[in-house]
Design a protein around this ligand. Structure first.
Ligand SMILES: C[S@@+](CC[C@H](N)C(=O)[O-])C[C@H]1O[C@@H](n2cnc3c(N)ncnc32)[C@H](O)[C@@H]1O
Length: 182
């Protein structure tokens, strides 16, 4: 099993200053552009900020968004129905290449064929057990040479999952992490 970045081109930030300015949008856009990725999934979509941005920026990108939109944990009291409605409008705006799976991220993986994705962006529940669950469930869905990525690599709970399951993972700008799949 190969570890680390392998063939994925991820050198989007040329300086420390660039890395400071990077966001999850700019970093993911740079990865998609450099690697020619056309098939991906975002785990945890919320109100579609990243989902809509990437679909608008990349006309050839097919993107699956997974979210249960339940008002629990950090989303207690938030209007998750409104968030889902925003995302459904994004899907309508990109017919044929945007798909929503309204369910738990691990369960949603069961309907995705192995090796069918270029990348997965993990940004759902951030506790260590959930991140480990998402990594285990979605890693087989990525083709060899594709990448697992995700957000909030600065969270100790996220780092613990990465250190446990993806030794050699790397930190990009905007607190995005990456690991190339064998
Ligand atoms: C940090 S937000 C996602 C932000 C989004 N990725 C972005 O960049 O704009 C996390 C989302 O994950 C969803 N979520 C958390 N745990 C989940 C789970 N186990 N299954 C499905 N969705 C989940 C929440 O409902 C929430 O909308």
């Amino acid at each position: 099993m190969s570890q680390g970045v392998g063939a994925v081109d991820f050198h989007g930030q040329e300086s420390e200053g660039d890395a400071m300015k990077a966001t999850r949008m700019s970093v993911m856009a740079d990865l998609i552009r450099r690697n020619g990725w056309t098939r991906g999934a975002e785990l945890g979509v919320w109100k579609g900020d990243l989902f809509g941005y990437l679909l608008a920026a990349f006309p050839k990108l097919h993107l699956i968004g997974v979210d249960h939109w339940r008002p629990i944990g950090p989303y207690t009291g938030k209007n998750m129905e409104a968030a889902e409605a925003i995302v459904r409008k994004i899907v309508e705006a990109h017919p044929g290449r945007a798909q929503i799976l309204r369910e738990d991220t691990v369960l949603a993986s069961l309907g995705i064929p192995d090796g069918s994705l270029d990348f997965v962006f993990i940004d759902a529940s951030h506790d260590t057990a959930s991140v480990c669950g998402d990594i285990g469930a979605w890693r087989p869905r990525i083709r060899p040479g594709g990448a697992l990525t995700g957000h909030d690599a600065n969270w100790p709970s996220v780092q613990a999952a990465l250190d446990e399951l993806l030794p050699g993972w790397q930190l990009l700008g905007g607190n995005v992490w990456i690991f190339t799949c064998a």
